[in-house]
Every structure is written in C-alpha cells, then in structure tokens.
Design a protein around this ligand. Structure first.
Ligand code: FAD
Length: 512
C-alpha cells in the first residue's frame, strides 16, 4: 500500500504530489494539518492568516477523499489523529518508513519531521536548484564571499535559462542598469493593466467566520485590516495570475522595478511571491513562460532578465542561504542594535506617522500585507536600521505582517539584506539612504511635511537625518568598507552634525 504523505501549508501545488523524481508513492493518501498553535504563537496579519487557511482548505477540497484534513492544536497532535497512533512513531518495522513528507521549508518543521521515527523526508520541491547543486557551487567558492551575481549566472548556465549558446541572451548577464528608471513625473500611476485579483468563495467566507470566532474568543489576535483576499489560493487561480502577468505586465516589469508611486503600489510587479511561497506555482514554470515571451517577441529582454533574476537568482539564493548559514544566523546582530520596535510600527499605525513615504507604505502593509521590494528595503527596513531596532524583532515583524513571509525567506532578506546584522555575509554594504534617494525614486516626497534636503530643523527629513546618524554611529566599521568609506568621509564636512544628533535623539521612538 502506498505510504501516507504529509503536506505542509506551503506545499500545495501538484508538484508536491508527483511520484516522479523522488516524490511520494503514487496515489499516496494525503495528510494535512491545520495547527492552531502556529496562529497563537505570533500575531500575524489577518490577511496572511486568511490566505494560508483559505489555500489549505481549497487544496483539501480538491483532494477530496484522498486527504485526511485535521484541525488540531499542534502538528504532533494532528499527526496522531491522522495516523490513529501516537507520535513519535514507533521504531520503523520491516514495512520501512510509514510516512513521507517533502523537505519542509523551516528549520523548526524540518527538525520536527526529522525527529519522528518512521518518516522519510523527500527532497525539497518548489525550487530550481537542489541542495547538492548549491553545496557544490558554495564549495567552489569557499573562502570567498557568496554573492548573488555569481550564483545567478551559474543557475542560468546550468539550467539553460535565457542563454544563447554559451553566453547570456542579448550578450549581457545583468541589465540592472536599464531597470532603475525613475517613476513617471506626469502621472500618478504607471498606466499598465492592473494585476489579477481573485473572487472570494464559500471557503473564504468560512475562513473569515473562523478567524472572527477565534479572535472573539481571545484565542488568537491579528494585526492589519481584513479585506477581500488579494492573492491566489488555488492552483487554478495561481495559473490565471501568472498568465495575466506574463501577458499584460511582464513587458513593463523591468524599467521602473525600483520606483514607487503612492497611488500605484503594485506598479508592474508580479504579485507572485505569495502563490510561489504557498507552493501553488513552481518557479520553473514562471521563468520558462517569461523566457518564452521574450523569444516570441512579446516582452523586452530587460524586463524578462529582471524577472528571471528575481526568481532564478534572488529567490533561489535566499532559500539556499537560509540553510547554508545555519541556525545561529537568526541571532546575528553585528551592529549591536537592541532598540525595541515602537508601538506605532508594531500596530501598523500609519495615521500616527508624518513622513509621507513611511505613512504611505505602512498603510499598504496594514491594508494588504504586501509592498514591493523597494518600500520593504528602503522605507521600512531602512527606518529600522537607522533607528537601531533589534534585527530579530524586525525579522519577526516582517514575517508576521507580509502575506509572502516565511522563515526561510525572511531570515536572509531581513537579517542579511535589510539589517546588515550578518556584518556583510550577504551584501557588500548596508542598504539605507537619505531622503534624496526616496525623492528620486518616488512621488512620495512632494506632498510630505519634511524636505529630503533638510538635515536639521522643523522640516528635517527623518531619512536624511537618520542616514547621517547611522553613519556616525557606525563610523569605524563603515569607514573600513570601501563601498561606504566615501559616505563616511562626508560626515566630516557636516557643520551641523551635533545639532542633527541632538534632534534625532530627541525624537526617540516617536513616529517620524
Ligand atoms: P516581483 O518584484 O514581481 O518579483 C518576482 C519574484 O521574485 C517574487 O514573486 C519573488 O518570488 C521573487 N523574489 C524577488 N526578490 C526576492 C528575494 N529577495 N527573496 C525571495 N524572493 C524574491 N519575498 C518573499 O517572497 N517573502 C518575504 O517574506 C520577503 N521579505 C522581504 C523582506 C525585505 C526586507 C526585503 C528587502 C525583501 C523581501 N522579499 C520577500 C523579497 C521581495 O521584496 C518580494 O519577493 C517581492 O516584493 C514580492 O512581490 P512580487 O511577487 O510582486 O515580486
């Protein structure tokens, strides 16, 4: 008889039940566990809790009689009920392993599964690069730093992505230079066709009802606003979203990838991170379809390369770094930042914030559980870095508040990329800037009460003042880094540094 196969809530696509290439047994009965303790442990964005539960219950409905769907408090209790016997499972007998599961995406879940006797952990699904391939690449670069660019090229070569013979399509590996355009100055939206959005159904209604009930009972508590579900919860919806993006939005993806518009938070971004991370889409199909659009003349190379770089480069790189860096990576704090997150930030209280960029972006998170990569990095993350917030608390905040946040993707992106808490294992310099960058790349500064050029005084921009205060605080370390040394020298030319530091200290953790 086929062994039962356990799928997690981020393993929902057909590729997690494909018996080929080291998958579960053919026709394996499926176990799914909705563990309430996960929701109780942390205060998630309500839209995220809704999306994950909706996606799990939709998958269970599709699988019908094949699935045992258990609503339990913990995974252990759920497994016990699904299998009808206590866990940890007894010593494997002659029958061998009694349960299979694809490699879970978090260390905690992987360790839990690995500690159960009688469970076979199958290879990870949902990523292009197997662990062994990454390990071989990392070995070849042992002793040097593991940078995205080299990894990304190796993935393109190995997987024949966007290649013309032995070289990159179009002759260049990296088209970032073409993808840093400023936003349009004469319009408040990019003017591209809007993203695909789902229509809710009876399962969504049931989920909302349950969340209301649990919240009323004081069992769980959420942040953020509930609203119509905005992201795919089924394979069919995810494919519709992918198709819509490739046809209508991919052509314009590249150019203004880093720009921000207050009235158009999505711009040309794909909104595919949530269905990818739920396992509803496989990254291979995303990049293959994008490449096909390029080959057929339907999308320009800068856009297609930009998109392939995000998925085959960044997403894979982050996944592998999560496992490569090890468990203590989550506690890294190279800059010794220890300030707690202020209440207005924890509560997504956009209304309390005067700085227009931060208020706008915080409202996007509050209302949707999503913003694109530049608001995450250069508005939210940068605020945390400049104000010296505890990187582990910042990571937890991102994890809870974003619909696409999971342990594996948050740790490298926040601890490494955004907070530089790993001291430069992942990036060559801290990502933060003064208001001038935000002004150049968005329409957010025009209506703001602060002026990006002002360092001190009534209208001092908190990003500009915060940037100099950050450089000052870490002067020694940043002066020794050739990518930041020049900026640090700039400190010596400031005549008003004392005043700036006084004003910054006086603001404390009040909303800027
Ligand atoms: P697009 O701009 O359309 O990009 C296409 C796809 O590329 C995304 O769907 C995503 O799957 C992938 N991708 C791009 N960059 C990354 C990256 N750095 N890490 C992983 N995947 C990437 N992404 C998440 O999926 N989950 C997170 O929790 C998350 N947290 C982040 C936190 C910070 C501080 C930063 C700076 C980035 C974070 N990212 C995260 C990466 C990126 O911001 C989101 O993937 C992206 O904004 C999702 O929107 P999209 O699908 O429209 O992306």
């Amino acid at each position: 008889a086929p062994r039962p196969h356990w799928i997690f809530g981020d393993q929902l696509g057909p590729h997690f039940l494909d018996p080929r290439h080291g998958g579960p047994d053919a026709h394996a009965p499926v176990i799914m566990i909705e563990a309430r303790s996960v929701l109780r442990r942390r205060r998630f964005h309500r839209a995220k809790a809704h999306l994950v539960l909706s996606a799990m219950r939709h998958r269970a409905a599709e699988l019908g009689d094949r699935v045992t769907y258990v609503r339990a408090d913990t995974y252990a209790e759920g497994l016990e009920r699904a299998l009808g016997r206590p866990v940890p499972l007894a010593e494997p007998t002659d029958e061998g392993d009694r349960l299979t599961v694809h490699h879970p995406t978090s260390r905690r879940a992987r360790d839990f599964a690995a500690a159960l006797d009688g469970v076979e952990i199958l290879p990870a699904r949902g990523f292009l690069v197997p662990h062994a391939e990454f390990a071989a690449w990392a070995d070849r670069h042992a002793g040097t730093s593991l940078r995205l660019e080299g990894f990304y090229r190796a993935v393109r070569e190995r997987h024949g992505l966007l290649m013309d013979g032995d070289g990159p399509a179009g002759g260049r590996w990296n088209l970032d230079h073409d993808n840093r355009e400023r936003p349009p100055r004469d319009r408040d939206t990019l003017g591209v066709k809007g993203p695909w959005r789902p229509r809710e159904d009876a399962i969504d209604e049931e989920v909302r009802h349950d969340l209301d009930r649990w919240e009323r009972a004081g069992d769980v508590s959420f942040v953020g606003r509930d609203g119509p579900r905005r992201f795919p919860a089924t394979r069919r919806e995810a494919l519709a979203a992918l198709r819509h993006f490739i046809t209508h939005r991919l052509p314009g993806f590249g150019g203004q990838e880093d720009a921000m518009l207050a009235a158009d938070p999505v711009m040309s971004h794909s909104l595919l991170s949530a269905p990818l991370n739920l396992g509803l889409l496989d990254p291979a199909e995303c990049v293959e379809r994008a490449e096909r659009a390029y080959r057929e003349g339907d999308a320009p190379l800068n856009s297609v390369e930009g998109f392939v770089r995000q998925i085959a480069g960044w997403r894979e790189y982050v996944w592998h770094l999560y496992w490569h860096f090890g468990e203590d990576y989550r506690d890294r704090n190279a800059l010794r930042h220890t300030a707690p997150l202020p209440g207005w930030f924890l509560e997504l209280d956009a209304g309390a914030v005067t700085a227009n960029c931060l208020s706008t972006v915080l409202a996007q998170v509050r209302d949707t559980g999503w913003t694109h990569h530049i608001p995450r990095l250069m508005v939210l993350g940068s605020r945390a870095l400049q104000d010296g917030w505890d990187p582990a608390a910042v990571t937890d905040w991102f994890h809870r508040c974003f619909v696409d946040g999971y342990d594996w993707v948050m740790l490298p992106n926040v601890v490494g990329m955004s907070q530089y808490a790993d001291g430069g294992l992942m990036t060559t310099k801290p990502y933060t800037s003064g208001g001038a960058y935000i002004h150049r790349m968005s329409d957010l500064c025009g209506p703001c009460a602060y002026r990006p050029s002002d360092r001190t005084g009534e209208r001092a921009c908190p990003y500009t003042a915060g940037y100099w205060a950050f450089l000052h605080r870490h002067r020694e370390r940043l002066a020794a880094n050739h990518r930041t040394a020049r900026a640090v020298h700039g400190l010596d030319r400031l005549t008003d540094l004392g005043e700036l530091l006084d004003e910054t200290a006086r603001r404390g953790d009040a909303p800027p």
